[in-house]
Design a protein around this ligand. Structure first.
Ligand code: AMP
Length: 286
């Protein structure tokens, strides 16, 4: 219920005991992993979780191992009390907020590495990022032991990497994707949007417009190469610098697209000032 206090856990054993009790009583449990600084996109995951299961656990952990040495780990926004209030209002039953020593004891020595899927796109520009993600998510899944875990399509490569790790390691959980929630002007909601200046915020929706333009072009039968070149030029002209990638990939394998009879995804990452934005849209090629 929206006005109910939310259960709060910061250690593995009590969290597991609570989840086991729920599941033992026939109540399915859905985990929503987050790094906090919650916005309506995260809350859309919680809403979807409530549709898919009886109990919802949201985790909040800003995972240091998925940030590169020059990235924004130390300045990543943190606001636990607001996050807890938002989760309670959204109807989550429990919040799991492990501290760093719970996730990474001093002699922590194990990493999950997913080959192939992680090599291009964000993986190319954020070395070690997906290993950090796969490791922390594997831990969160083992700690919470939910029936289902939800991830946003906003981080499309991440969703596929987690699906693959879960399949490869036979983790007993169903991974489900949730469509990207956007502002009315198309900008994908992100905790990092708060870094944008007013001027950058005005430019930011161009990223989504370029992606949808390419998707529409593909479905109208246009050639991929010129569409991507035109999109790249539009991003350059709008002030995105650098544009790290703008690519059309197979929606399931992320392989470069060679055949027209499979669903594809148009994906991009680009900086606006100091802020790195990513986005992607589905496309059909005709
Ligand atoms: P983060 O806190 O950025 O790690 O995100 C936690 C989860 O929320 C991830 O599964 C993200 O893909 C998802 N997410 C973030 N932004 C959005 C959005 N705009 N729409 C849907 N899901 C999102």
């Amino acid at each position: 219920m929206s006005d109910q206090a939310i259960l709060r856990f910061d250690a593995v054993a009590p969290l597991r005991a609570r989840v086991a009790a729920w599941r033992g009583a026939g109540e399915s449990v859905v985990l929503v992993p987050t790094m906090g600084a919650l916005h309506a996109g995260h809350l859309a995951l919680v809403a979807r979780a409530r549709e898919l299961g009886r109990r919802v656990v949201a985790s909040i952990f800003v995972n240091p191992t998925q940030f590169g040495p020059t990235e924004d780990f130390s300045r990543y926004p943190r606001d636990t009390e607001t996050d807890l209030a938002l989760l309670a209002e959204a109807g989550a039953d429990a919040a799991y907020l492990p501290d760093i020593a719970t996730m990474y004891p001093p002699d922590f020595s194990t990493r999950i590495v997913v080959d192939g899927l992680t090599e291009g796109l964000c993986g190319q520009f954020r070395p070690g990022h997906f290993s950090g993600v796969a490791t922390v998510v594997t831990k969160l899944l083992n700690q919470a032991q939910p029936d289902i875990a939800l991830f946003g399509e906003k981080d499309y490569q991440q969703l596929l990497v987690i699906r693959r790790a879960v399949r490869d390691l036979d983790l007993p959980v169903a991974i489900r994707g949730v469509p990207t929630l956007r502002e009315t002007d198309g900008l994908a909601l992100s905790s990092r949007n708060r870094y944008l200046s007013a001027q950058e915020r005005a430019v930011a929706p161009r990223l989504h417009r370029v992606l949808t333009g390419i998707a529409e072009g593909l479905s109208a039968g246009a050639e991929a190469g010129p569409l991507v070149a035109k999109g790249h030029a539009a991003l350059d002209a709008a002030g995105f610098a650098p544009v790290q990638y703008l690519e059309i990939r197979d929606a399931e394998t992320l392989a470069p697209v060679t055949r027209a009879d499979r669903p594809v995804r148009v994906l991009a990452a680009a900086y606006l000032g100091r802020t790195r934005l990513i986005d992607n849209v589905a496309a059909l090629r005709s």
